[in-house]
Design a binder for this molecule. Structure first.
Ligand code: BG6
Length: 520
C-alpha cells in the first residue's frame, strides 16, 4: 500500500492549474497614503511578489495628495510593512527587489491635470503591457469613486470594453453606496465609463480561505449536500462577532452602523454561499448568477416584520477581555446621543423550494465577548421515541459548524455513549482543523483578491445586481430604524452577547443562539 502522503498527493485535484495567466501590468493605487494601502495592499503585494505570483514586469504607482518622492514613499511603506507583514522579519533583499517596481505620483483626485500627468507616467514605461494593462484600485472615500472613474475615462486611461488584447480594470472598495438608490446611481455612473466586466467590487470576506471552502464543502461532497434542505435542516445561524469596538473609525461608523458595515456585505455574502443552488459551472458568472438568485429570494421585510424579526443594539461601557471599554456614545467622533447600531440580529427566510420556512438567524456586533465568525447548520431533532423519548430536551440535535475564523475548521456534532456500565449519552464532535490538516496557512484575503483581479477572474467580487439585491434586504430595516430612537432594551454592556431582545428573536421558534466557543 502507498504511504499516506503520496496517496494524498495523487488524490489532490488541482483546479488552480486552469487559472488565467496574470499579464504584465501597472497597478495604480488611489489613496496611496491611506490605511488600507499600508496595512493591507502593500503587504499583500509584497507577499505575492515574494511567492513569485506577480507578473514580470510589474509596476505599482501610488496616487495621493501628500508631497512625497518615490524614495520617501518606499521608506514609509517599508516601515509599515515591518509592522503589518504576516511574515516577520521582512526580508530586506526581497523588499529592495520589490520596491524597484514602486513609484509615487502626487495628484489631486478632483483635478484633471493630475490624471494627465499620471498618464504621462504610465506611458513612459518601456514595456507595452505596462502602458496598456491597467488596474486602478480605488482605496478612496466612496464619494470619490464616480469622479475618479470619470477622470480616468476622460483622460483615456480607461476605455469601456470587455477586454481584448489589453485591459483596464477598476477595483472598488466597500461601502458600495449607502442604500439601494445610491448604489444604483453609483453603478450607473461607473458603468457609463466602464463595462461591468471591468468593475471588481470588493468584499474581503470572499477572499477568506474558509469562505471559499463553503462551495467546496457543499459541492464536492455528496453526503452533506444531500442533507442541505428544509427536510433535514431546522435552522441556520451565522455569527460574526468582534471583540473590538469602533476604535478610531467612529466618524465612518456613525454613517454606516453594523447593518451597512457588516450585514449588507459580509453576512449576506456568507448566507448566499451557504444557501445558493449548485451553479451550472465553476465560471464566475455562473456562481454569481446563483448568489443573486438567492439574495432575491430573501423575503423582504415589511414594517411589522422589522419589529418581529430585526434586533439592533448599541454597546455601553463594560469589560471585554479583562479591559474596560467605553460606551459607543463616548467613542471618538461619535455623537453623545447617537442611535447608530453596533449590533444587529436578524431572522430571515429564503422563499424558495429548498429553504421554505427554514429560519436563517444572522448576527454581528462590536465589543462582544469573543472575535469569531461561524456558520452553524442545525439539523432537525430525532423523532420523539427511543433515546429522545427518555432524554427529553437533553438530546441535542446534530449540527455542523463551519468555523470561518479564528481556529478555522469544520465540526460535526452527534451523540455517543459515554463508556461505562450505565447508558449515558452526550454530544461528541468530529473535527477538521485547518492547522492540523494543512499546517499554518496564513495568506491574507487581499492577496487572493488582488491576484484574481489581476488575472481577470471576477468570482470573488460582487456583481452589480448582487450589490443591489443585498441593499433590497437591508433597506427596509434601515428605514424603520432611522425613524425610531433606541429604546432601553436595545443597549448591551460591552463584553456581553448583545441586547436582551436578541434572545427573543429566536425564542419564539424555540431556538437559542449558539455562541461560538473560544476554541471549538
Ligand atoms: C470590515 C468592517 O469590512 O470588516 C469592519 O468595516 C470589521 O468594521 C471588519 O471590523 C471585519 O473583518 P474581519 O476580516 O476582521 O472579520
Amino acid at each position: 500500500m502507498e504511504p499516506t502522503d503520496s496517496l494524498d498527493e495523487l488524490l489532490t485535484c488541482r483546479l488552480g492549474a486552469g487559472r488565467r495567466p496574470v499579464m504584465p501590468c501597472t497597478l495604480v493605487i488611489f489613496g496611496a497614503s491611506g490605511d488600507l494601502t499600508r496595512r493591507k495592499l502593500i503587504p499583500a503585494l509584497f507577499h505575492l511578489f515574494s511567492e513569485k505570483q506577480l507578473p514580470n514586469p510589474f509596476r505599482i504607482i501610488g496616487f495621493a495628495r501628500r508631497d512625497k518622492t518615490d524614495t520617501s514613499w518606499r521608506e514609509e511603506l517599508f516601515a509599515n510593512l515591518e509592522q503589518f507583514s504576516r511574515t516577520k522579519p521582512v526580508d530586506k533583499e526581497t523588499w529592495t527587489a520589490f520596491a524597484r517596481n514602486i513609484s509615487y505620483h502626487r495628484g489631486d483626485l478632483t483635478d484633471g491635470s493630475s490624471y494627465r500627468s499620471l498618464k504621462g507616467l504610465i506611458t513612459s514605461s518601456g514595456d507595452p503591457h505596462l502602458r496598456a494593462n491597467l488596474l486602478f484600485y480605488l482605496a478612496v472615500s466612496p464619494s470619490q469613486f464616480a469622479g475618479t472613474v470619470k477622470h480616468l475615462s476622460d483622460t483615456g486611461l480607461l476605455t469601456k470594453n470587455e477586454g481584448d488584447a489589453h485591459w483596464q480594470r477598476i477595483v472598488v472598495e466597500k461601502p458600495f453606496g449607502h442604500d439601494g438608490a445610491s448604489a444604483h446611481l453609483l453603478n450607473a455612473s461607473l458603468t457609463h465609463h466602464a463595462h461591468e466586466k471591468q468593475i471588481y467590487r470588493i468584499d474581503h470576506y470572499l477572499g477568506k480561505e474558509t469562505v471559499q471552502n463553503i462551495l467546496v464543502f457543499r459541492f464536492s461532497n455528496a453526503i452533506f449536500e444531500e442533507l442541505w434542505t428544509r427536510r433535514s435542516i431546522d435552522h441556520i445561524q451565522i455569527t460574526v462577532s468582534e471583540q473590538g469596538g469602533v476604535g478610531s473609525r467612529g466618524g465612518y461608523y456613525e454613517e454606516a452602523g453594523a447593518l451597512r458595515d457588516m450585514v449588507q456585505n459580509h453576512l449576506l455574502q456568507v448566507l448566499s454561499l451557504i444557501a445558493m443552488e449548485p451553479p451550472v459551472t465553476l465560471e464566475d458568472e455562473s456562481i454569481r448568477d446563483e448568489k443573486v438568485k438567492l439574495l432575491q429570494s430573501i423575503r423582504p421585510m415589511r414594517e411589522e416584520d422589522v419589529v418581529q424579526s430585526a434586533v439592533r443594539g448599541q454597546y455601553f461601557a463594560g469589560i471585554v477581555n479583562g479591559k474596560m471599554q467605553t460606551a459607543y456614545r463616548q467613542e471618538n467622533k461619535v455623537s453623545p446621543t447617537s442611535n447608530v447600531e453596533t449590533y444587529v440580529g436578524l431572522k430571515l427566510f429564503v422563499d424558495n423550494w429548498r429553504w421554505s420556512e427554514v429560519p436563517f438567524y444572522l448576527r454581528t456586533g462590536k465589543n462582544l465577548p469573543l472575535s469569531a465568525s461561524e456558520v452553524r447548520i442545525q439539523f432537525r431533532p430525532v423523532p420523539n421515541v427511543l433515546f429522545a423519548a427518555q432524554c427529553h430536551h437533553d438530546l441535542e440535535p446534530n449540527a455542523i459548524t463551519l468555523r470561518l475564523q479564528p481556529n478555522e475548521g469544520i465540526h460535526l456534532q452527534f451523540h455517543g455513549k459515554i463508556p461505562g456500565n450505565s447508558m449515558e449519552l452526550r454530544p461528541v464532535r468530529m473535527r477538521f482543523g485547518y492547522d492540523t490538516e494543512f499546517g499554518a496557512h496564513t495568506a491574507e484575503a487581499y492577496e487572493r483578491l488582488l491576484l484574481e483581479a489581476l488575472a481577470g477572474d471576477a468570482t470573488l467580487f460582487i456583481r452589480r445586481d448582487e450589490v443591489e439585491a443585498a441593499w433590497k434586504v437591508v433597506d427596509p430595516i434601515r428605514q424603520c430604524w432611522t425613524a425610531d430612537p433606541l429604546s432601553n432594551r436595545e443597549f448591551y454592556a460591552a463584553g456581553t452577547w448583545g441586547p436582551e431582545a436578541s434572545d427573543d428573536l429566536l425564542g419564539g421558534s424555540g431556538h437559542v443562539w449558539r455562541n461560538p466557543a473560544s476554541y471549538p
